[in-house]
Design a protein around this ligand. Structure first.
Ligand code: SF4
Ligand code: SF4
Length: 335
């Protein structure tokens, strides 16, 4: 009888923790990433949050107040990173922006760009500029067909209009108005997997194309690998590609990425106030744990008066997505 080796997930994918020479230790926390909820005006095919206009889960007033206290209490938090869903659609967005800015932190909004054209959200670009938010905007390709295939018909044209609007306000041009774009590879339909192209080369291609065709400028391009989580996982499973995609990612494992993983210095918070090591663990219900194995919440961090309660990052097979090739994080390639 064949027995399964203790260090394999199934017969073919090595458990991530066995790839590491030691446990993945947390460093000092400097980034607070808040996922405000699952409400979004789009429903992209690769969305790891499975967000859509039909979702209703969002921050409550109580958790928002706790987060504002957390932002005020801990000067070691240098960056408040607001995500979703479309963070702008979810409860508490502006209150969290203003808490972050009033305490001198960098505030990032992960924006899908198209939200500015929905009823009630037309003030956002001016609001972002007034508060000098750093915008990290999805534009998974500079070609219209590829973007519309992933994100929905008309999304490319709206994104272009939004970028031109942001440029008019000084985004991508003035030093305090940073506009970054995000590239995601197309979802695979067969075993023709590939990692994102080298980030700085692709950035040059994006810059050239967007400038020449639409007179758009931006600061940085972030390449982000599709982790097999959320809709990407469902897509792969439907095509029976899930295990082979993990094998592909594992075959490109690069140990040099480990030192730079975003989960080392961030806390990721969900709309219920639970704490995770990253947004992917959040979506896969893998909560952060204290040294005693206790599950953490924002209320517990406030009560303890410390952010330094987690010793080891929780890992899973999808961590191969962050550690393949040049690595991947919410800030793009790691190397
Ligand atoms: S990928 Fe972003 S824009 Fe698309 S559905 Fe998910 S949260 Fe919304
Ligand atoms: S998915 Fe990536 S960021 Fe999250 S715990 Fe794994 S390696 Fe870290």
């Amino acid at each position: 009888m064949q027995t399964q080796s203790k260090n394999t997930l199934d017969t073919s994918v090595t458990q991530f923790k066995y790839k590491l020479n030691s446990s993945l230790r947390k460093k000092e926390i400097t980034v607070l990433q808040i996922n405000l909820g699952k409400r979004c005006n789009l429903a992209c095919s690769h969305c790891h949050v499975e967000a859509s206009p039909k979702r209703t889960e969002e921050l409550s007033a109580e958790i928002c107040e706790q987060l504002i206290s957390l932002i005020h209490k801990f000067p070691e938090i240098k960056i408040v990173d607001l995500t979703g869903g479309a963070p702008e659609m979810n409860y508490g967005f502006k209150a969290l922006v203003e808490a972050g800015k009033s305490t001198g932190k960098q505030v990032i909004v992960r924006s899908n760009l198209t939200i500015y054209f929905e009823n009630g959200f037309g003030d956002l670009p001016e609001y972002f500029a007034k508060h000098q938010l750093r915008i990290v905007a999805s534009l998974p390709c500079y070609l219209s067909d590829n973007v519309d295939k992933m994100r929905g018909t008309g999304v490319f044209d709206s994104s272009i209009k939004a970028l031109q609007w942001l440029n008019k306000l000084g985004y991508g041009k003035e030093p305090n108005l940073i506009l970054d774009l995000v590239f995601n590879p197309q979802l695979p339909t067969g075993k023709n997997f590939s990692l994102a192209p080298e980030q700085s080369n692709l950035e040059q291609d994006y810059k050239k194309f967007l400038q020449e065709h639409f007179n758009i400028v931006f600061n940085n391009l972030f390449t982000i690998t599709n982790l097999p989580v959320g809709r990407t996982k469902i897509h792969l499973e439907r095509r029976k590609l899930y295990t082979s995609y993990l094998q592909f990612l594992e075959s490109h494992f690069n140990p040099s990425t480990i030192e730079h993983l975003m989960c080392r210095d961030e806390l990721s918070i969900d709309y219920l106030g639970n704490v995770y090591d990253c947004d992917f663990n959040q979506m896969m219900n893998l909560p952060a744990q204290t040294r005693n194995g206790e599950i953490l919440t924002v209320a517990k961090l406030l009560e303890a008066g410390s952010l330094d309660l987690i010793s080891e990052v929780q890992t899973a097979a999808y961590c191969y997505g962050c550690t393949a090739g040049w690595g991947s994080s919410c800030g793009g390639a790691l190397l």
